[in-house]
Every structure is written in structure tokens, then in C-alpha cells.
Design a protein. Sequence first.
Length: 284
Amino acid sequence: MIVFALILIGMSLFLVSMSFQGQLQTLMDVSLGAMSVFSMFLAVLATAMLLPKDMEDRTLYTILAKPVARFEYLLGKLCGVAAMLTIAVALMTTFFSAILGVWQARELGRIEAEYPAEEIAQAEAAGRAEPGTAERMGQQRELEVSRLKAATFTPTLFGGIAVILLRAMVIAGLTLMVSAFSTSWLFTVVVAFMVVLIGFLVPVARDVWQGQAGIGGDLPGYLKLFLLAVTVFCPDMQIFNVVDDIAAGSVVTNQMFLQTAGLGVGYLAVYIFVGYLFFAWREL
């Protein structure tokens, strides 16, 4: 799965020459999108197999027979998945940085070719160019170079990659919670993906709910309860979409990053606690 993500990230270097959009935006859209999708798939598929495999191999009974609490067991599993996701995202980030560096070097070469200040200076000395042309061209070249470097490797970009990792960990926590009461890894995978899909629709449900209240309308009681349950128990995946803003070149403030991190940690805490309750009540 990671191999496919790396291939897609590598292909983005060639897609930029065929895109009508800005080359940098296209490169970031494809690369960050691949990292986001594949990290989510990896989080669900890797986590869903943990408990069923331990139960099938009877490793679970050996571990719990020792002085290991069920909460410690679940927390250890989540930490293991988090470490695996961190390594996977770090690998994709390294490859993405290399691709971005190649693109940046290519663009720097193009800028050097478009603004040959040294050649113009020689032409000025020979009287074949107006005085001051080389200086103006050199200033323009420095401006283009500074803009290019300021738009590529930025703290905001790597902050967005950290948000991708956090979202994958939240999904892993969600999958582990479902796995705590599920008897089949396939059921866990299906339910986890359904909840993640619903999570992308949470803002829509919330807007409908708030919109009805704003215009004086009133929703049926059962629909209110349903929308409330969706907005509380399903993770709002839209809060992690700062990556889209980063790829589009929008400014993402530190406050937005902190809010996203706080909500992500909150989701993780809720999922591991509820998962522990399910696991504690489960008869093994």
C-alpha cells in the first residue's frame, strides 16, 4: 500500500507538466492527497486485524493471564499502530520532500534561464544593452527565487503532514474501539469505513440542523437525536482538511493547528476509553 502511495507521489512530478493549474499546487494536491488516503486505509486495515489475530492465535489469553490490564493491552496496541503510521508517513514525507526538491531545482534552473543577468551585464559593458538592465533583471530573478523557496518547504506544509498523521491515528483509535466489541475483522473494517465516511458528512448534518433552527424551522425529534448522535460519536473529518488549504496556498494559522490537534487528541481519548469499556465487558 505504501509502495502505491510512493508511486503516485512520484508520478505527481510528471503530472505537473500536464496540468493547467499551478505546478506547485498540483504537486502538493496529488502528493498530500495520496498520503492522506493511503494513511487512512493503512490505519483501518492494520488496526482491524490486531484483536482478531491475537484471539485466533490465542496470544490474547496469554497476555491477559499475566498482570496486564485490558486497558494497558488496548493502549499498547494503539501505540504500536501509531508507531507504524508514524514510520509510514515519515517514509512518504521523505519521498515527497525529494520529489519537491527535484521540482524546486528544475524551477530554479528555469528562472536562471529566463533572467540571465550575467549575460545582460556583459552586453551592457559592450554597449549592446541599456544601462541598468542587468540590475533590474537580477532583482527580478532574486524575487522569483525567494518566492519559489518561500512557497515550497514551509513549516505550514510539514504541519499539514502532521495533521494527516493525527487523522490516521484518530481513525486507528476508532477502528480499535469497534474491534473491541466486534467478532470479525471484516465487520470492523466495514463499520470503520462507514463511520469515517459519515465523518466527512458531519458538517453537512450540522449545517442542516443549525440552518433549520436559524430560519425558525423545527426538525422532528428523532431526526434531532440522529443528527446529535452523528455529530457527537462520528469524528468530524472536515476539521482535518487544513491540508486542502495548504495545497491551495491559503494561510493556516497556528491557532487552527492547535485546535485541530486538540480535537484529534480528544477523539483519541474518547475512543480508547469507550473501547476499553467494550473490551472490559466482553467475555473472552
